[in-house]
Design a protein around this ligand. Structure first.
Ligand code: FE
Ligand code: FE
Ligand code: FE
Length: 166
């Protein structure tokens, strides 16, 4: 069996997040449709656009390493997005929907943060400095999205779910 190294891990993990980002695009569309508060809808729409840019960045990273842009099934994101769908169905029309959608979306962002954090470090170690910069840009966007979602939960969604005046 051929030896595997950090190069293999980097390429495989890139394929994992490439697959995930394209699924996330569809998930964000559904969550935006479902969101009750206009500011939450706007947050999902904003991140939808950012995600399109993140997919382009990943394509640039594939180019930098001279490999074909290709996805590899990410079971984790399938599961995380399935939980989001569950919230959409089971909490539809309730005061707890937005808080639930925020929690589901934050699970997505946290998955992405682990992936981009790892990929950025591996890119640097492998000498792909331009790739590391691109991956860091996306990492910052994911972190900011996570923080904005926390702010939206704190500002209104959690209190609404709790039954306080919305
Ligand atoms: Fe993303
Ligand atoms: Fe994965
Ligand atoms: Fe994201």
């Amino acid at each position: 069996m051929a030896e595997k190294t950090l190069d293999n891990l980097f390429y495989d993990t890139l394929k994992d997040i490439y697959y995930a980002e394209r699924k996330i695009l569809k998930g964000l569309k559904k969550m935006s449709k479902g969101a009750q508060a206009p500011e939450l809808k706007a947050a999902f729409d904003k991140h939808y656009e950012e995600t399109e840019g993140q997919i382009e960045r990943l394509q640039q990273v594939f180019e930098i390493i001279g490999k074909r842009a290709q996805g590899k099934t990410c079971d984790a994101i399938e599961g995380i997005l399935a939980e989001g769908e569950e919230i959409l169905e089971e909490y539809a029309g309730t005061d707890a929907l937005d808080a639930g959608l925020i929690s589901a979306a934050q699970a997505v962002e946290h998955y992405e943060i682990t992936r981009y954090g790892t990929l950025k470090r591996w890119a640097t170690l492998l000498g792909y400095d331009d790739a590391a910069r691109l991956l860091d840009e996306t990492l910052q966007e994911e972190s900011k999205t996570d923080e904005s979602l926390t702010a939206l939960a704190d500002a209104k969604a959690n209190a609404k779910a709790q039954g306080a005046a919305a």
